[in-house]
Design a protein around this ligand. Structure first.
Ligand code: ZN
Length: 91
């Protein structure tokens, strides 16, 4: 029995295929920029929300062993420039 079961015509038609790449285009990209809250070192008030580049900070630590934080910022409560430290990482 020489029987080849394949027929040239496909039995199922799938229709126009949707590209999956276009589906992900609307998603928000999560970059190296991180939102961070800054806390005054003297009065402990939570005064600033800033953005910093995570990659830059890692690079800074590797090259010069320095950190972006604490930052010298003007505190509204102390009414002077104080060192503000990184309080928490915000989403
Ligand atoms: Zn303060």
């Amino acid at each position: 029995m020489a029987h080849s079961g394949k027929i040239g015509r496909p039995l199922v038609y799938y229709g126009p295929q949707v590209k999956k790449d276009t589906m992900a285009a609307g998603k928000k990209k999560k970059g190296p920029r991180q939102a961070a809250g800054l806390q005054c070192g003297e009065c402990k008030s939570f005064g600033y929300i800033t953005e910093y580049n995570k990659n830059n900070e890692i690079l800074k630590k590797q090259t010069s062993n320095e950190s972006t934080f604490p930052l010298n910022k003007f505190c509204k409560v102390c009414r002077k420039r104080t060192s503000h430290k990184l309080m928490k990482k915000l989403k």
